[in-house]
Design a protein around this ligand. Structure first.
Ligand code: GLC
Length: 756
């Protein structure tokens, strides 16, 4: 099935944006284990392995285990040579307990040491090293850090997501590492959740399309190539919707919702060739996913046909005992998890899994067939990564690091992500873009913080340590000085993130008269996982007070938000004259913001989530119609303004009655009727007017980006098929029903009747 979006200018030039799924489907054939030569090699090796060697392959230990003050090479050697350790992950902690970033040379030296130890084992099976590189390589000094997924999703641009993934793959491989615990393909529908920034937002179609672009970026060259890494779709599944909003607390998801919303992005990721998957630490309907044979084996491995390796998340077998309390001891936890379908345990600090699993097999509580399946899946990935041919850091890959052009991709991604949410007209002119003659007062905790630009997994786990960010990464204040001139910027903001002090407020009052406008940088400091759990989605009071003080100065106030999740700001929105949402725009986010503020870039981002107005109104845009009356967000899913005006001047379907199985071509004419060139992201929705299961208000089914010069008009055609009106019915099966349908784009809609 090819994906086609046809774009024609009125000059008749036809630009066809299409990428075939052929390469993906052939890629999938390789990935999902139908390569007979590979299978032969793997099964031959498995047949030679002892139980201990097999269980060693299923054991993953964190690098931190082997670090005291320095690397304990003897212990590392023992784990690899005596216990046949199959995998190592992450970096190590320093004395403060912070996971540290290493240089590329240090990574390459470490990988060389590890693989040399592996060569001392009987079967010389190479070690598979895994690392987090969810928006660039977390633990690599100087790594290119891109916008977080939540920002990338605002760009509606799979090509820039794909480009970022390819660079990330190269920088991971430059370290001698070949497995990236990425992409997150969880659907972010609980804005309280501390990992919301790691998702591509609340819509399953958007998440699936962008997750596929990442996986292609990582894997499409072929895992044995030095430009590729094994991807890891995560965290399977239902992780983003803890009922309480607190990380790793229970989720309650009816199966019909699980299959309608949360499973589709994983199905697409499997089809895109994802080689590995990481399991959700949480539970669904009281069952920890790590213990769910139904979800891991029946659904993922059998129904979706996933033949890659399944790795646990951090310590999650032990947590079956300690946190979920579904296992009386570790041995029972190991039995539950491995029999559920876990192939590799991120233990990560000891040999409990190793010893308990060997005993369980000897006691007949875990069948050898399950062990062989797990080891087959692990070895399949290792062979495909070329580790048996050459497990060492490849010559020449050190040149893949920090190359010119990488920053340009990060900058372009940030430019496309920035979302303009408000732009008042003052004295007959829009407040944005600013005139470059203006004197700017810069205030707020985000003005001088690199951590707020990047968020989690940025040179350290929490991303909070400003000292780890390269000095050349511009802060918002520095980017404004660069763009507007140092003498035009009055900076009263603290260095790094700090809560707003009364002194800050009085300095703002004192210096405001000297400025033509106030740039107010608010949002969230960096956080990762459970430490980021909060009780109140409202933006903290100290920041709201600073915003109110800024409004009282009578100067135009431009609010810049750098935050991982949509903090409630209804109290200050009316008094902000301009609002730019940058999400987590990455290391090049500040220059992108300065370009938008000055008008060099016309913002085009579209919200990938519903921005809530009230803490008591956390809804998604695709709620059933019954709830529509309460959908009163601050800004709706897909909202985003521009410095120009885009109008959908017509929307036509090529049929008003469609036979199921046929294709409906929907053509829109889009005009840039405003004064500036710009790009527009188009979200096309489908609405089923009546269905057996209460239909959503609308469902995103296609999106694209168009660049239009001022006055230019373009025609864009979307091909819609049965996939676009299929829903999960009460028997949990995909269903298509005849009836009235609508297609919505911009402020236009067309209706057609679907016949069966
Ligand atoms: C963490 C995260 C997971 C990450 C893993 C290894 O707990 O949940 O996303 O890949 O551990 O760092």
């Amino acid at each position: 099935m090819k994906k086609h979006i046809l774009v024609t200018t009125l000059a008749g030039l036809v630009l066809v944006f299409a990428f075939s799924c052929q390469d993906i489907s052939s890629h999938r054939k390789k990935t999902q284990g139908t390569d007979p030569a590979l299978e032969k090699k793997v099964s031959a090796l498995v047949s030679r392995m002892t139980l201990e060697e097999k269980v060693g392959q299923m054991t993953q230990i964190t690098l931190d285990k082997f670090y005291k003050e320095t690397l304990d090479t003897a212990l590392l050697h023992e784990y690899i040579v005596k216990y046949g350790l199959g995998s190592v992950l992450n970096s190590h902690h320093d004395k403060s307990g912070m996971t540290v970033a290493l240089s590329m040379q240090e990574w390459r030296a470490l990988q060389t040491r590890i693989q040399k130890y592996a060569r001392e084992t009987r079967l010389k099976i190479p070690v598979l090293y895994g690392i987090d590189a969810i928006h660039g390589v977390t633990y690599l000094k100087g790594a290119t850090l891109f916008p977080q997924n939540i920002a990338l999703a605002a760009a509606r641009d799979p090509s820039v997501v794909h480009a970022a993934a390819k660079i990330t793959a190269k920088e991971v491989r430059a370290c001698g590492i070949r497995w990236n615990f990425d992409p997150v393909v969880g659907v972010g529908r609980q804005p309280l959740w501390s990992r919301f920034e790691e998702t591509f937002g609340e819509d399953p179609y958007l998440v699936g399309e962008l997750g596929e672009a990442v996986i292609r970026g990582y894997e499409e060259d072929g895992l044995d190539k030095p430009t590729a890494v094994a991807s890891c779709m995560k965290h399977y599944l239902g992780y983003p919707v803890p009922l309480t909003g607190k990380d790793r607390t229970p989720a309650y998801i009816p199966e019909i919702v699980l299959r309608q919303i949360f499973l589709p992005p994983y199905k697409k990721a499997v089809e895109a060739g994802a080689s590995t998957v990481m399991i959700n630490s949480g539970s669904i309907n009281g069952i920890p996913v790590h213990a769910s044979r139904y979800l891991i084996t029946d659904v993922l491995k059998e129904e979706l046909g996933f033949t890659g390796l399944v790795v646990t998340d951090w310590q999650d077998i032990i947590y079956l005992r300690d946190q979920h309390h579904v296992a009386k001891d570790n041995k029972e936890a190991v039995m539950m998890a491995v029999n559920a379908g876990i192939d590799m345990s991120m233990v990560p600090y000891d040999l409990s899994f190793y010893h308990d699993l060997i005993a369980l097999v000897r006691e007949g509580k875990v069948p050898m067939s399950r062990i062989d399946d797990a080891v087959t899946r692990i070895l399949r990935v290792k062979y495909r990564l070329g580790l048996f041919d050459n497990p060492f850091p490849e010559k020449g890959t050190e040149d893949y690091y920090e190359k010119p052009g990488y920053k340009e991709v990060a900058l372009q991604a940030a430019r496309e992500a920035v979302t303009l949410l408000k732009n008042d007209t003052l004295q007959g002119n829009p407040v944005l873009p600013l005139s470059n003659k203006m004197r700017l007062l810069v205030a707020g905790p985000g003005a001088n913080s690199r951590a707020m630009l990047n968020g989690s997994w940025s040179y350290s786990w929490q991303g909070k340590d400003e000292s780890l960010y390269p000095a050349e990464v511009p802060t918002i204040r520095q980017a404004l000085e660069e763009k507007f001139g140092k003498n035009k910027v009055i900076n009263i903001a603290p260095d790094g993130f700090q809560n707003v002090s009364p002194q800050q407020v009085s300095m703002l009052r004192k210096y405001a008269p000297q400025a033509d406008a106030i740039i107010l940088c608010l949002g969230e400091n960096s956080y990762a996982e459970s430490p980021g759990s909060i009780d109140d989605l409202t933006l903290p009071e100290d920041q709201l007070l600073l915003a109110e003080a800024a409004a009282k100065t009578g100067k135009p106030v431009i609010l810049i938000l750098t935050e991982g999740r949509p903090r409630i700001i209804n109290r200050i929105v009316p008094s902000m004259n301009g609002i730019l949402l940058a999400y987590r725009p990455g290391n090049m986010g500040a220059p992108a913001l300065a370009e938008v503020l000055e008008g060099e870039v016309n913002p085009s981002g579209r919200l990938p989530y519903t921005y809530p107005r009230y803490t008591g109104n956390l809804m998604t845009y695709d709620m059933p119609v019954r709830a529509a009356q309460y959908y009163r967000p601050q800004w709706p899913f897909g909202f985003g303004l521009s410095y120009t005006t885009f109008r959908v001047t017509s929307l036509k379907a090529d049929k008003d009655t469609l036979q199921s199985g046929d294709t409906l071509l929907v053509t829109a004419v889009v005009k840039n009727s405003g004064p500036r060139d710009g790009a527009v992201a188009l979200d096309l929705f489908v609405r089923d007017m009546t269905a057996t299961v209460a239909p959503p208000m609308r469902k995103l089914r296609k999106f694209t980006r168009l660049a239009l010069k001022s006055g230019e008009t373009k025609k864009v055609t979307f091909a819609l098929t049965d996939e676009d009106w299929t829903f999960i019915d009460p028997s949990l099966k995909p269903r298509i029903e005849a009836g009235k349908m609508r297609v919505l784009l911009g402020n236009k809609e067309v209706e057609f009747f679907l016949k069966k």
